[in-house]
Every structure is written in C-alpha cells, then in structure tokens.
Design a protein around this ligand. Sequence first.
Ligand code: ADP
Ligand code: MG
Length: 283
Amino acid sequence: MSEQGERTTSEGGPVTVLQLDGLRASVAGKEILRGVDLVVRSGEVHAVMGPNGSGKSTLSHVIMGRPGYEVLGGTITLDGADVLAMAPHERAAAGLFLAMQYPTEVPGVSLEAMLTEALVGAGRVAAVGEVRTRMVAEAERIGFDERFLQRPLNVDLSGGEKKRNETLQLGVLQPRIAILDEIDSGLDVDALRDVSRRVEAETNERGLGVLAITHYRRLLTELRPDVVHVLVRGRIVATGGPELADELERSGYAGFTEDASEPEEPTRDVGDPLQDPFADPLP
Ligand code: ADP
Ligand code: MG
C-alpha cells in the first residue's frame, strides 16, 4: 500500500489517483448516487460493501461511463484529468478497468479479438501472437480453460467462468485502477482464491489500485482490503479498516441504514445472496 503524498509506488512506478468528489448520478430519472467521495491510489485495495440496490453497480457504471446513467453533480478525476469528459473507451485507455457484475455476452466477437482491439485502441500495439501468449499465460494462472479463449465473448459461459474471463482481461490489459463489481459472485472457493491471488499480485507487483465491490466478507478474506467503505442508499455512510467488514458480518447493514432519512426502496429481485453466498444471481 502506498502512503499518501508518495509519488511512486513501492515498485517505483508512478502513482495513479482516482478521485470522486460529491458524485451524484441518476438512472431512469431516479437519483441513485447522492454524493460519493472516494480516493483510490495505486497499490491500494478499497472495498465497497452495501445492501442490494444501494448503488454499487451504478457507481461502477458511472465511473466507466456506461450510457443511460446521468451525472447530476460532482467530479471524477484520474490523475487530475476529467474522467467525466471522456468516452468509455478513453477511460479504459487512460487506465480504468471494470469487471462487470453481469458481463455482457458478445456473439461473434472472440476474447482475443476484443483484447487485441483494446490494446491497439489504448495505443499499446500488441502483435496478435503476443496477445495470445499473454491470454494463455493468464488463463493458466487463474485456472481458466483455454478452450474458452477462442469462443465468442461470454457466450454460454457459467457465472463463475464469466468472472474468470473478466479477471483474465484484467491480467492482459494491465490497467492502473480496476473496479471489480461482485467478482466473487458465482465463484466457488477455489476459483475465488485463484482470482483474488491474481488481483492481489497485480496490486503488489504493478501497483494496481482496486475498488472491490462486494456483498460478502468472504471475498475480503482472500483479497485483503486496506480500506472498507459502506455504501447505503447512494452515500458512503462509514469508512474504516478491514474490521468494518467483520462488523458487517456480525450485525448486517441494519445499523448503517437506521440513520437514513428516507425508507429503503424496494429494488430488483436478485434472490437473497446473503443466505447463499455461492448463488449466481444470473437468471
Ligand atoms: P447494487 O449494485 O448496489 O445492488 P444498483 O446500482 O444495481 O445497486 O441499483 C441501484 C438502484 O438503481 C436500484 O434501485 C435499481 O433498481 C436502480 N437501477 C439500476 N440500474 C437501473 C436501470 N438501468 N434502470 C432503472 N433502474 C435502475
Ligand atoms: Mg450490483
């Protein structure tokens, strides 16, 4: 973990800073993020925990610039550059990466074609053979079957395979800051360990900064956070060390929602994964 004010990571690379100030955003005309402040630096692992519907995925989508999400106020900067002024592909080229909670299926486009385009688009021209070599090496590191590499992106993959696929992309693209939206959902214990170790290696070896969004402390026993934030109804209501995740495990989110001035609104039914952490919320 890098200390505040330091200019290089422990590996000697430049420190990247993702900063959110007073971020407010709406989707479908409803304000979901109601003033989020967050700073993630190279080498740091931040966890964002919160109940279903609290705006965790919305936060990830707004940072990456997914269409349909309207920013009502506040700023997002990456090393001082205005992220909100960038198109999603420019955000990716600038070093932001999102592992989606529900990875999109893209029939007709292979993982290799997508990663090649992404590296070319980021100005990091990679020979096709080189991309394949990196993909194979990454697949081996996280126990991802090589036969998936030539298949259309995410098509007919199980929930867990999709999450390994996302992790493989992270390893090949080598972003500066990665947002992992429920990377643990659908993963069994062994796969969760493989994926967590891979991400942790990136933080230690390359100084990757991580925003790990999750429901469960389970992920955080593998991917150890430096900082834990609790997101409730679109606001960060508590920030602390890993012990905050232990407290949530014991007492749930109830203690954190009581302070909210308005009642919790009903949200989309994605099952009750608190009862079954291994549940894959995909239909
Ligand atoms: P979380 O990831 O914390 O479970 P989300 O960010 O997915 O929460 O959702 C926050 C709120 O925004 C929920 O009430 C959800 O129903 C609503 N929401 C999210 N995406 C959309 C959308 N595309 N259209 C309408 N409502 C949405
Ligand atoms: Mg979500």
